[in-house]
Ligand binder design. Structure first.
Ligand SMILES: C[S@@+](CC[C@H](N)C(=O)[O-])C[C@H]1O[C@@H](n2cnc3c(N)ncnc32)[C@H](O)[C@@H]1O
Length: 287
């Protein structure tokens, strides 16, 4: 909490003013003492989100989600933490003390940590390295189930787990920005450093009928004229909730530090409905 507050350039007094408490309360909170209600208010003010806890818009909702995923009753959590059932129930409603919360987190979500602040780049590494992040198999499973088998990966990589009937590989002299695409479904997770060129290419190849359907996984960058003049009218766009854990060339999983969207061309309403059942997020309404 202290680190996040300092990184936000706020004094204890300024944070206290923002959430309507006195400075002493913030001091105590940063020492691990206080109420969960104040903690949640401070987290909201600092845009401090926890990850590794479960889904929900507040820490208490996340706790509830985490417990139900583990299929534990309130009594079981109480027994594991040495707290009363009432205290555990109260934490899940945003009540209770930080000390009790810490005990519950240790049992329910030992990997809980602060979600990294959003940034618009992958971070360390040269461009080739940053562009080599592979779609994880669990993300692809939802794509295959909702949209069918992938015919073409036009920006493939031999290290990627994406299953496609045909792959265009730079390592074999291919170039997905030059070669014609073809087939039913093209799945495109492009080098993000050149995202716009790939979205244009996907659109052109779909427009001329070389591919029937395109599904692209890209960062939510919507400032281009191309996005507003063309894609917004013709693509169906799914805004993903949470961050996707991509695979690095070293085989490590790494959450994107930025938000992602799935841009689809030529998908059917039935396919989109199925995808929304599987993935967390929302289709942008087209009016
Ligand atoms: C973000 S990775 C995605 C790989 C794979 N499509 C996946 O989803 O796991 C993008 C890949 O595109 C490849 N690439 C870059 N420029 C390309 C081009 N002109 N034609 C085909 N592939 C290219 C890079 O080698 C890189 O591995």
């Amino acid at each position: 909490m202290r680190d996040v507050r300092r990184a936000s350039g706020l004094s204890q007094r300024a944070l206290a003013d923002r959430i309507g408490v006195d400075t002493q309360t913030i001091k105590r909170l940063e020492g691990g003492v206080g109420s969960v209600a104040t903690l949640i208010a401070a987290m909201t003010a600092l845009n401090f989100r926890a990850t590794g806890v479960g889904r929900g818009s507040s820490l208490s909702e996340q706790l509830r989600d985490c417990r139900s995923k583990r299929a534990w009753s309130l009594e079981q959590v109480a027994a594991k933490t040495g707290l009363s059932r009432t205290t555990v129930a109260s934490l899940e409603r945003g009540g209770g003390s930080v000390a009790s919360l810490v005990k519950v987190l240790a049992v329910l979500a030992p990997n809980a940590r602060r979600q990294a602040p959003e940034r618009s780049y992958w971070g360390q590494g040269d461009r080739a390295d940053r562009d080599s992040r592979f779609t994880p198999p669990d993300f692809m499973d939802d794509i295959y189930t909702a949209f069918g088998a992938v015919d073409l990966d036009p920006c493939a990589d031999v290290r990627s787990p994406v299953i496609a009937n045909r792959r265009i590989l730079v390592s074999e002299g291919g170039d997905g920005l030059v070669e014609d695409w073809f087939g039913g479904l093209a799945y495109v997770n492009p080098p993000f450093s050149n995202m716009l060129a790939w979205l244009r290419r996907a659109y052109e190849q779909w427009r001329v009928g070389n591919v029937r359907t395109v599904v692209c996984l890209v960062p939510v960058r919507t400032d281009s004229a191309f996005f507003h003049d063309t894609l917004i009218a013709e693509a169906d766009i799914f805004l993903l909730q949470g961050r996707v854990k991509f695979l690095s060339p070293q085989g490590k999983s790494q959450h994107t530090p930025f938000s992602l969207m799935v841009v689809t061309l030529g998908t059917t309403a039935e396919q989109r409905r199925r995808y929304a059942e599987l993935a967390s997020g929302h289709w942008l309404a087209r009016i």
